[in-house]
Design a protein around this ligand. Structure first.
Ligand code: C5P
Length: 250
């Protein structure tokens, strides 16, 4: 079945579209402004802590769902299994479609069980692996004498066994992960930068084409869109590049 790339881009609502003051914190009205500017082009949005903790931010998931948008609630949450389970009950009731955990395998399993106990929940639980702002030198500092690929594979493998629905990983590992986990496991890839663009704080970034060709199902894109003068043009260009790559994969 032909993939529609516009359904596979998730725009991160972390930064206001404010070219004069791009470093100020995002407010709810900034997020709504971005969503409106991308109306008809992008329908999936990522809400992280900066927006969720803004004044009125706790209502943003409901507001986006009311507007017919899909929501990725990027909590990167980790706690003891019982607390993670309690959080999943809240998240599942809120209408988000994706949520991230940065938690132990046992806590991931507890989260999956809590989600499964909620009849008809469409919430997908994704596990964070290695942030794209980190590389092997950071892994070494954390005490892991292991490559980024092996680390990500280990987290993916145990996550899959625990029943989670997918992972967040860079394009650099997506290919290996895809080979191992098959097609039902979601791979969501952030750290996306069109060719030639500043990679900002990412050490392991990739172009939209590279990420799709590596096997990513969804791409998360923030600043390349929200900080560009013409949001719609920036999003369209990325979607076009994704579409060509999805088409090439067949
Ligand atoms: O602006 P940019 O496209 O770099 O935004 C990346 C988004 O993806 C941010 O919301 C960040 O929190 C998220 N991210 C992530 N995991 C990574 C890298 C970025 O969740 N490995």
């Amino acid at each position: 079945m032909k993939v529609n790339a516009a359904d596979r881009i998730i725009v991160a609502l972390d930064h206001p579209h404010d070219l004069e003051n791009p470093d100020r914190a995002i407010e709810v009205k900034d997020a709504i402004d971005i969503v409106q500017k991308l109306e008809g082009l992008v329908s999936f949005f990522k809400v992280g802590w900066p927006l969720f903790l803004a004044k009125g931010g706790e209502a943003i998931v409901g507001e986006l769902v009311k507007r017919g948008k899909r929501v990725f609630l990027d909590l990167k949450y980790g706690d003891i299994p019982e607390t993670v389970k309690r959080l999943m009950q809240r998240v599942a009731a809120g209408g988000a479609e994706f949520v991230t955990l940065n938690a132990s395998t046992r806590a991931v399993r507890a989260a999956v069980e809590a989600r499964d106990a909620i009849c008809g929940s469409k919430l997908k639980i994704l596990r964070v692996t290695l942030l794209t702002s980190l590389d092997e030198s950071d892994l070494k500092m954390m005490g892991y004498a292991i490559s980024a690929k092996d680390y990500v594979l280990r987290i993916a493998r145990t996550g899959l066994k625990a029943g989670c629905d997918g992972i967040i990983c860079s394009a650099g590992e997506a290919g290996e992960v895809r080979k191992e986990v098959g097609t039902d496991f979601l791979i969501v890839t952030p750290g996306i930068r069109p060719a030639g663009m500043d990679t900002d704080d990412h050490k392991r970034s990739a172009t939209p084409k590279e990420a799709v060709m590596a096997g990513a199902d969804y791409l998360v894109v923030g600043r390349p869109i929200t900080r560009s003068a013409d949001l719609r043009a920036a999003a369209s260009q990325i979607i076009e590049e994704m579409q060509a790559a999805f088409d090439a994969l067949g």
